[in-house]
Design a protein around this ligand. Structure first.
Ligand code: LLP
Length: 445
């Protein structure tokens, strides 16, 4: 569910004409709907109403301060994975006591910073990390609240790069080993055992893997509650979203087969609630994609149309440096025109709707300007006939979009804007060329 919709062949985000935002801020532009983010947060929060719970938004999905503020104001805590994310959360006004610190490779500086700020829990990923945190906390005369991230060895049924709950993954501590590690942790003077955590992967579109992971960990959770009076059980994030609505058609890859059957919030909560209620613990959730994925688009303009003997290409002004998901995971993003042909100023044709099949449709590759063949957004995608100057919206780009952007090919990071009702605000300026080079120095050997 999201707030992007057509009105008379023009794409709107809530009450704002998307083409107007492109004029105002330029392209490529990430455009987000505040209403959609709050709606998703509200639905999840409401579905969990009967349970003592805290939703810790996984900042890694989209870390713009304006979005963090929105979610903080709605009552969210935060799941952070670096000192940088903690800095962002605090900068956005987050309460550190509502922040959990995950990640397999925390540094001394990050651990010290998180201890000083008073995070709710360090989610421990290895025994070596437990020892390290204990040593740092002792040296600082602090006590570090911890949870072990337990790896339940379940198949999440997702892309191999984002599956995290199998024993061959680098994440967490094996379920069989966990009780022993807790026993050791409980004897460490600078450690407080506070909870238990799991996260089995991302873009999961069925409830079954969550339920089986919870059930596998359940006996340990009960044991920990009895022995160490743990306070919380974090079930991680991972809820998948729909990457297709109805306009575009796909290419038959992994993401395509998954995309049309997202697990609804209701189904997810109905499935996990019964096994969770019996613990009598505070339940933490760490959703990222669910809250922001469908709430954002990447707005881009077609620069050139190029035809070869084999193919037709639309070369757009966004590249894999702006949105790397198709290149990295082969992921599917629906791509739709922002302006119906008849409404576009440079159109000689009479007003005709793209959606009444009166416009010619054709298969085309939608590619970026970066010097790599992997720089594509869609291949052989059926689209209404495109022309240079057309505006396109790459849908469902609100999660793992901007945050994974880079300066590859010395391309500036794109701008970001946020819509709320009939208003739109720039929430990140487009990077400038001097900014890209600002940290570089001549060596003076
Ligand atoms: N908690 C932990 C410990 C995580 O590692 C993650 C995501 C989350 C929560 C949030 O998961 P979500 O609810 O967003 O599925 N770049 C990839 C996704 C990587 C996910 C990494 N961990 C993509 O573009 O699909």
């Amino acid at each position: 569910m999201h707030a992007f919709h057509y009105r008379d062949d023009r794409l709107f985000c809530e009450e704002v004409d998307v083409a107007v935002t492109a004029e105002k801020f330029g392209t490529p532009l990430y455009l987000y709907s505040a209403g959609t983010i709050l709606d998703h947060y509200g639905r999840l929060d409401e579905a969990l109403a009967g349970l003592d719970h805290l939703i810790c938004y996984a900042i890694k999905a989209n870390s713009n301060r304006a979005i963090l503020r929105l979610l903080r104001d709605a009552g969210a805590g935060f799941d952070i994975v670096s000192g940088g994310e903690l800095f962002r959360a605090l900068n956005a006004g987050a309460d550190p006591a509502k922040c959990t610190f995950a990640g397999v490779g925390k540094s001394r500086e990050e651990i010290e910073y998180a201890l000083e700020q008073g995070v709710y829990s360090f989610n421990i990923e290895s025994e070596a990390e437990l020892d390290y945190i204990s040593e740092i906390a002792s040296a600082k005369n602090h006590r570090a609240p911890i949870a072990l991230r337990v790896n339940p060895d379940v198949e999440a049924g997702t892309h191999q790069y984002i599956s995290t709950g199998k024993s061959e993954n680098k994440f967490g501590i094996a379920l069989e080993r966990a009780a022993k590690v807790y026993e050791r942790a409980s004897k460490m003077p600078a450690i407080t055992v506070r909870g238990v955590q799991m996260h089995i992967g991302s873009q999961i579109t069925e409830a079954a893997p969550f339920v089986s992971a919870i059930e596998k960990i359940a006996p340990l959770v009960s044991e920990l509650k009895g022995k160490y009076a743990i306070k919380f059980f974090s079930i991680g994030g991972g809820l998948g979203i729909a990457y297709e609505s109805s306009i575009a058609s796909g290419s038959g890859d992994w993401w395509t087969s998954q995309r049309s059957h997202p697990l609804t919030i209701r189904d997810y909560v109905d499935a996990i609630l019964p096994p969770l209620t019996r613990f009598g613990l505070r339940i933490l959730l760490e959703p990222g994609r669910l809250l922001v994925g469908n709430a954002g688009i990447l707005l881009t303009r077609v620069r050139y149309i190029k035809e070869t003997t084999q193919k037709k290409f639309a070369i757009i002004d966004a590249g894999m440096n702006d949105l790397i998901r198709p290149a990295l995971y082969g992921s599917y993003h629906e791509i739709v025109p922002v302006e119906g042909r008849g409404d576009s100023p440079n159109r000689p044709e009479p007003s005709r709707s793209r959606f009444k099949n009166t416009i010619k449709r054709e298969k085309i590759d939608i590619v970026g300007p970066v010097c790599e063949s992997g720089d594509f957004f869609a291949q052989d995608r059926e689209m209404p006939e495109l022309r240079a100057g057309d505006l396109l919206a790459v849908m469902s780009a609100g999660a793992y979009g901007f945050v994974m952007a880079s300066n590859y090919n010395s391309r500036p990071l794109p701008a970001e804007a946020l819509v709320r009702g009939d208003k739109v605000a720039l929430i990140r300026e487009r990077q400038t060329l001097p900014q890209i080079m600002s940290g570089e120095r001549d060596p003076h050997f």
